[in-house]
Design a protein around this ligand. Structure first.
Ligand SMILES: [Zn+2]
Length: 344
């Protein structure tokens, strides 16, 4: 048998075995399936790995974002806290501002009050100009120096009887308790100095003002009135003062005005000081005689314990002057001064 024949026989034998063919096909199919499956699994694993990596990345970013949010939140809380603090500070400052404003306003009103007071004081220091001429109408200013005394109440009774007002230039020597009676009755209290001691009060301008202040304080304590009406002991024309201080009257007439006082002399003298007790009819005659041919008069009399005749003379003086057309008024700061010419 030839080789060719032998191969044919062998192949035929082989194909005769269908099982073998089936097995072969199965092996080929299984191998192919395995290959496809492996490839698919590989790809799938790769994809899972990629998604997993992506997930991790996203997770990391999420964590970072969360962290950032926490930080921002904490910053926000801090800011809110700071804002709260600032708000409290602002409120405190506003309160302080309000208090300061109130204080400033209080101080401003105090300043205004002080200014007004100062202006008032300055105004009171600069006296209003006294009338340069005596009043044209018939007016009589009765003045009583050196009281109050044991005669004061009697004088007040007589004045009340005639409804006449007068002026009392007082000292601290007699009965200061009667100052109230004079004031209550509506008369003017003028200052005549406390001591009426020429040697002491005309020693210097300082001595004069110290003495004047004493009587001013006494009048104020007795009546509540701070009088600016004054009369120099001996009058503005006195020469006695020259013995103690040359030129003092010239200084005092200026200085008293600068300090807000108004001084008054007289143009009719009752001459009741000519003796310790001048007869009443002489006193009456002195006054009525000097009152003739005058429009207005300022009459000098005295209110001293010893001078009972002055009070005795008073009704006749008032009646006589009334008959001459005079009315009786008390001096005030706007009255004419009846100044004498200053000789010292
Ligand atoms: Zn006197």
């Amino acid at each position: 048998m030839s080789d060719k024949t032998f191969a044919k026989i062998k192949l035929a034998a082989f194909f005769k075995s269908k099982l073998n063919i089936f097995m072969l096909v199965l092996i080929v199919l299984l191998t192919s399936a395995l290959c496809v499956s492996s490839t698919y699994l590989y790809k799938r694993t790769k994809k899972v790995q990629a998604v997993s990596a992506s997930y991790s990345e996203e997770q990391r970013r999420l964590d970072e974002a969360k962290k950032e949010i926490e930080e921002i939140k904490s910053q926000l809380e801090q800011e809110q806290k700071n804002n709260g603090d600032l708000k409290a500070q602002l409120e405190q400052k506003e309160n302080e501002k309000k208090q300061l404003e109130e204080k400033v306003s209080g101080l401003q009103s105090e300043i205004e009050q002080l200014k007004a007071k100062k202006e008032q004081e300055q105004a009171s220091v600069v006296p209003a100009p006294a009338p340069a001429v005596p009043p044209a109408s018939k007016v009589c200013y009765l003045t009583f120096d050196d009281g109050p005394s044991d005669n004061t109440l009697r004088i007040l009774d007589i004045l009340a009887r005639y409804n006449a007002k007068a002026t009392f230039f007082v000292t601290c020597n007699g009965k200061p308790e009667y100052m109230k009676n004079i004031h209550t009755a509506g008369h003017t209290i003028g200052l005549h100095t406390a001591s009426h001691n020429y040697a002491a009060l005309y020693a210097s301008t300082d001595a004069y003002f110290a003495d004047l202040q004493q009587v001013s304080d006494m009048v104020k304590s007795q009546t509540g009135v701070e009088s600016k009406i004054i009369r120099f002991p001996g009058g503005g024309s006195n020469l006695i003062s020259q013995k103690y201080c040359p030129g003092i009257m010239s200084q005092l007439v200026v200085m008293t005005a600068e300090r807000g006082y108004y001084y008054f002399d007289w143009n009719v003298s009752s001459e009741d000081a000519a003796a310790s007790r001048v007869r009443a009819d002489i006193i009456v005659n002195n006054v009525l005689t000097q009152a003739k041919n005058k429009n207005s008069i300022c009459v000098l009399m005295h209110d001293e314990a010893a001078k009972t005749t002055t009070a005795d003379a008073l009704p006749a003086i008032i009646e006589g002057l009334t008959a001459m057309g005079y009315r009786f008024e008390a001096l005030n700061e706007t009255s004419y001064g009846y100044h004498h010419s200053v000789k010292n």
